[in-house]
Design a binder for this molecule. Structure first.
Ligand code: FAD
Length: 410
């Protein structure tokens, strides 16, 4: 073996999934190294919804109280409107059992800072920032470590198990040679953060039209998160046009945006967020595991990506503790993690794709079906509650044939 640092566990990627796993295993006394390619964490101007399932996890690990003190928006309801202005549907989180009968909408920076603070309190967890994963070290078929590059220098790092938490484009996944499919959705989102005045927008709103989606979500008492669907290959064309024409487009949907939009001056005040779906043949291999977006990125319509990554961290932490006890990190020993997490993730990915098919469409029968199903969610509490519990991550269940019939006949 070539010389290099030795850890119990190496995690590649310091997003929500990797950081939570580092916290959970660091607290158990394991020696963890977390590699993050970015030296300084930067965040695009966007918000994120933490679903009730995610709130429960944060509560269980003792971080929810801290998060609530950072002024996130406590979201009780999401309203859906046609882009012409008619109300179609309200999703009411208050129908869930307390205490997790709301979701949080916040700036990703808030939760990442909280996680980083918690990691800093674990002396046996080392965050190596500005360190990018390069390749995998193996002995036979088993993964035994990684090669990283930091400030132009390469070094080896050994561990009993390596976790790839490096996002949808995961270089770690490619190096594992696990067959996978990376789907780049046709539509992404132009996002921006706007000042929020107290008299504008009490609750989260979606506006849906023909090939049109505008979301307006409060993310704090001061800030509003705006996202607008854009076809990925149209973004260049759009940015060639004057910024004022984009603002006019938005104000034609909600005239109340005129004042908050005054603060956006140019395209540079916005970001384009592409959307991916990842499907892998396996999530585990001898000495290696994939988690979060690296294993199963999904369309953000289900607002579940971060939650799913946190769920992965909780289940994986338990499985890994067992592996550490037995000294066995074989694919077979790690398989319990995938067996537990794959079924709900598959349902969420499928739901995300169905929502994309109907919501993003401009084809009249599909637009009709979308509006019918949203009206059905509004009027049929059984359908409403089933869909909400799935999106909330409380009780993830597939839509049955009968549910679909009811959806089209509100
Ligand atoms: C427009 C949009 C809106 C969304 N809204 C929501 C929402 O409301 N709610 C929700 O739950 N989810 C949402 N998501 C999804 C959510 O952001 C992701 O699912 C979640 O961040 C995945 O976490 P992760 O830890 O798996 O990966 P990431 O957060 O992507 O973290 C991966 C990390 O790995 C690092 N990395 C990559 N390559 C390397 C390398 N070679 N070496 C070292 N480090 C590396 C990256 O720098 C990054 O920090 C949204 C996504 C999009 C695109």
């Amino acid at each position: 073996m070539i010389a290099g640092e030795k850890y119990d566990l190496v995690i590649v990627g310091g997003g929500g999934g990797g950081l939570l796993l580092a916290i959970l295993l660091g607290r158990k006394g394991l020696r963890v190294a977390l590699l993050e390619q970015k030296k300084i964490l930067t965040y695009p101007p966007r918000g994120e919804m933490i679903q009730p399932g995610g709130l429960k996890i944060l509560d269980n690990v003792g971080l929810l109280k801290g998060l609530l003190s950072c002024d996130p928006h406590q979201n009780r309801r999401v309203h859906f409107y046609q882009s012409e202005g008619n109300h179609i549907c309200t999703i009411d989180y208050q129908r869930l059992l307390p205490p997790y009968d709301y979701s949080l909408i916040l700036l990703p920076r808030i939760i990442q800072d909280l996680f980083l603070k918690e990691v800093a309190a674990c002396p046996n967890v080392e965050i190596i920032s500005g360190a990018s994963f390069q390749s995998i070290l193996r002995e036979g078929n088993a993964v035994t470590g990684v090669v990283l590059e930091q400030e132009g220098e390469r070094r080896n790092m050994y561990a009993q198990v390596v976790v790839g938490a490096d996002g949808a484009l995961s270089p770690f996944r490619s190096a594992l040679f696990i067959p996978y499919n990376l789907h780049h959705y046709q539509d992404g989102y132009l996002t921006a953060l706007l000042p929020r005045s107290q008299d504008f927008l009490e609750e989260a709103r979606y506006y849906l039209g023909k090939r049109k989606i505008l979301g307006l979500f409060p993310v704090s008492s001061q800030t509003l998160y705006l996202f607008y669907m854009i076809q990925k290959d149209q973004i260049g064309l759009m940015r060639d046009r004057p910024f004022s024409s984009f603002k006019e487009q938005l104000c034609s949907i909600n005239p109340g945006l005129e004042k908050p939009l005054m603060n956006l001056k140019c395209w540079e005040d916005t970001a384009f967020m592409p959307c991916f779906r990842v499907r892998c043949a396996r999530w585990v291999s001898d000495g290696a595991v994939l988690m979060g977006d690296a294993a199963h990125a999904m369309n953000p319509h289900v607002a579940q990506g971060r939650n799913a990554a946190m769920e992965d961290a909780v289940i994986l932490a338990d499985v890994l503790l067992d592996c550490f006890q037995k000294g066995n990190f074989s694919q077979k020993a790690l398989a319990k993690y995938e067996a537990t997490r794959r079924p709900p993730v598959t349902i969420l990915q499928r739901l995300g794709d169905e929502m994309t098919f109907f919501w993003n469409s401009g084809i009249a029968p599909l637009v009709w079906a979308r509006n019918q199903s949203l009206e059905a969610l509004h009027s049929n509490t059984t359908l409403h509650d089933k869909t909400l519990k799935t999106i909330a991550g409380i009780e993830v269940a597939s839509m049955t044939f009968w549910d679909r019939v009811l959806m089209l006949n509100p």
